[in-house]
Design a protein. Structure first.
Length: 213
């Protein structure tokens, strides 16, 4: 199969819907921020959310809130809440502005700080966790946290998990150190007896895992 052709065909189907991401980022005043998810990952998150209807969603790594808004647009159709965690204050400020602009601020609580520390202190349970934190070494370190925080039947989705097979160019060489820990993460999730999972070649690789009954 010619994957370039397949990808171009699929993305061609969604050209009109993709205008939203372009406009969202154009309206974002902050100039530097963590890269947001690709449109195919946004679509997958919306499909997962609309089918599983999670009441409580946790996102780790907000950036300027594009993925948060895409999830909120699905959640507002049935009622639910998102808690999202961002380390950088300025980025979090911009995310809040974007949430208000998109009319979804009432569905979202943003917590500013280090995800590892914040998650370790959390007591409430979640039905859906989206892991997209910039510090990729946290993915594998937080596996026990996902299991503790997720309700049975809850979903973990984690982005960028195909970094281990990417040949990064010089501009992206800072991503290389993350390859090893993401490979460890993928192996642990795929072998974990408490998760049923699969890895989708969309975005930069999205692993989707359900906490087993
Ligand atoms: C890839 S971006 C998130 C993109 C966002 N999910 C989207 O698609 O719109 C990763 C974000 O994680 C944040 N981050 C990095 N280390 C963190 C940490 N230890 N705790 C919380 N956030 C962190 C970065 O500041 C960055 O904004």
């Amino acid at each position: 199969m010619d994957y370039k052709k397949v990808n171009a065909y699929i993305e061609g189907l969604y050209t009109k819907k993709k205008q939203f991401q372009k406009q969202y980022l154009q309206d974002t005043e902050l100039e530097e921020y963590g890269q947001v998810i690709d449109d195919d990952v946004a679509r997958m998150l919306q499909v997962l959310i609309l089918s599983a209807r999670p009441q409580r969603v946790l996102e780790i790594g907000t950036s300027v809130g594009y993925s948060t808004v895409m999830m909120a647009n699905a959640i507002k159709q049935y009622g639910g809440k998102i808690t999202t965690i961002e380390l950088d204050e300025e980025t979090a400020r911009q995310a809040r502005i974007n949430f208000e602009r998109q009319g979804v601020d009432e569905l979202i609580e943003i917590i500013v700080g280090d995800a590892r520390t914040i998650v370790a202190g959390m007591r409430q349970k979640f039905d859906f966790i989206f892991q997209d934190v910039g510090e990729k070494s946290l993915y594998v370190k937080m596996i026990d946290d996902y299991l503790a925080l997720l309700n049975t039947g809850g979903i973990l989705a984690a982005e960028d998990v195909l970094f281990p097979v990417f040949d990064f160019n010089d501009d992206d060489s800072y991503l290389k150190p993350m390859q090893k820990s993401l490979d460890m993460f993928n192996k642990k999730i795929s072998e974990c007896s408490q998760f049923e999972s699969t890895l989708l070649p969309i975005g930069d690789g999205l692993i989707v895992a359900v906490k087993k009954y």
